[in-house]
Design a protein around this ligand. Structure first.
Ligand code: PFF
Length: 453
């Protein structure tokens, strides 16, 4: 069969920014600060950092190397390594298939909030329960409901994917990622100037050892997966577009630094300000939508130039979310192209329609479909649970098994060492063979216990 030339990023830095764009997402901005606050501030940061440069490093280098070596998206890539593991490729590809639709629903909420700040109606957002009304479809007119915003967000993502790896993903990442860093620093500086913020800052960065427990490690590990876009085929796909002559290990190091730095800055933006807003009480930092879409607009309302900062904040969240949803959608599109031999355009159109369809229940799930619950969860929460808490640890476990014990770590290290020395090779080998599989099983058990208990 004639082999088509695979798309590729034009430069190493283009690859690093696109992969960092995938990693830096909603997970960094609303998940990380909350977890850090909940699990003892500085001690969580420390544990997270250690895990990122060991466990996260090993898994990320594995996935990118598999992608670059095989030049295939995840289904083909696992199969190319060992036929018996082709089922694992299917399982991994299921993760972005499940996540992309609901991620786009949240992305739609972000556009709506940004648009409200832009149009000057930011004060409305600060009304408590505004968010509930909005996602509950209780507003007046179609644009007061999440539906058109979801549609807009999906289309934005799809256009970039349609433009392709170099002209779409790389270009957008090269613009959005640096802007994201600058905007994050601006918002963090403003947040820290709020009266009472220093107390929150102390709470965020000074380790409280009495808060340390196995749960701290579990939470940090789970977050690391999510944050680094691991175990869902994304890094395999992006690896398959990585130029062969680029330094793989160095790129992974830079992606990690980017991702962790933005998570840390997000904490600076959010934790001190929210603690100050709550009169010094850190327990008000709740997880998920409530924090970003409920509490934060109220905090901005109290902040000097708060409407402007609110707008800037939601713009940066939008950039973070877009570069992630682009990578999620690209992963699915690349599977369709590889498996069905479709061209990029029809594949993107088909995937877009699918995302719209599957996103619909998540979009309506807190409103018209609120009565439908799966395992006691709304659609969006259920999809999040299945993908993050169940599928991702399973995929990670079998990936370690495949690389550490079946095909051998040489498969990865040979690829890394093509043109450059592999400095952390021993660490990688120990992590993939021994430490990572054990930790992953702990995450899976911990998360299942969490939901059933
Ligand atoms: N890593 C991105 C984030 O932190 O938001 C993208 C992502 C990964 C989204 C995993 C969702 C997910 F389950």
């Amino acid at each position: 069969m004639e082999k088509k030339k695979r798309s590729s990023f034009s430069s190493r830095i283009g690859f690093v920014l696109a992969a960092a764009g995938s990693a830096v997402g909603l997970g960094n901005i609303w998940r990380f600060p909350y977890l850090a606050a909940k699990y003892g501030g500085g001690i969580f940061l420390l544990v997270y950092l250690i895990l990122a440069v060991t466990f996260g490093f090993a898994l990320m280098i594995t996935e990118i190397a598999i992608g670059r070596r095989t030049g295939l998206s995840c289904i083909g890539a696992y199969k190319a390594l060992d036929k018996r593991f082709s089922g694992l490729g299917w399982l991994a590809s299921l993760v972005p298939v499940i996540i992309t639709p609901y991620y786009c629903v949240i992305g739609g909420w972000v556009i709506k909030y940004f648009a409200d700040y832009l149009s000057g109606s930011g004060s409305l957002l600060a009304e408590s329960a505004y968010f509930d009304r909005f996602i509950g479809f209780a507003g007046e007119g179609l644009f007061a409901t999440p539906l058109p915003w979801f549609l807009l967000y999906v289309l934005l993502t799809a256009v970039v994917v349609l433009l392709g790896v170099e002209k779409g993903i790389e270009k957008v990442s090269k613009f959005m990622m640096p802007v994201l860093v600058i905007l994050s620093i601006i918002v963090a500086v403003f947040s820290l100037t709020m009266e009472g913020a220093l107390e929150g800052l102390k709470f965020y960065i000074v380790p409280d050892f009495s808060n340390f427990s196995g749960k701290t490690v579990l939470a940090a590990m789970g977050q690391m997966f999510y944050s680094m876009s691991l175990a869902m085929g994304i890094m395999i796909t992006y690896g398959s577009y990585m130029p062969k002559e680029s330094n793989l290990e160095r790129s992974v190091g830079q992606i990690e630094i980017f991702d962790t730095a933005i998570a840390f800055i997000a904490g600076l933006m959010i934790v001190p300000a929210v603690v100050a807003f709550n009169g010094g009480d850190p327990s008000g930092i709740n997880a998920g939508p409530g924090l970003m879409f409920g509490t934060l607009p109220q905090v901005f309302e109290r902040m000097w130039m708060g409407h402007l900062i609110g707008g800037v904040f939601f713009l940066l969240v939008l950039f973070a979310a877009l570069t992630s949803s682009i990578s999620l959608m690209e992963t699915v599109v690349s599977i369709v192209c590889d498996k069905l031999h479709w061209k990029r355009r029809p594949a993107t159109v088909a995937v877009t329609l699918f995302v719209l369809l599957l996103g619909l229940p998540s979009c309506l799930g807190y409103g018209p479909l609120a009565s439908v619950q799966i395992l006691g969860m709304a659609f969006l929460d259920f999809f999040d649970f299945i993908s993050n808490s169940v599928l991702m640890p399973i995929v990670a476990f079998f990936t370690c098994l495949l690389v550490g014990w079946v095909v051998g770590t040489k498969t990865v290290s040979d690829e890394v060492e093509k043109n450059f020395p592999f400095h952390r090779k021993r660490l990688f080998e120990i992590m993939v063979r021994w430490v990572a599989p054990i930790l992953v099983v702990c995450i899976l058990v911990g998360q299942l216990l969490d939901v059933t208990g």
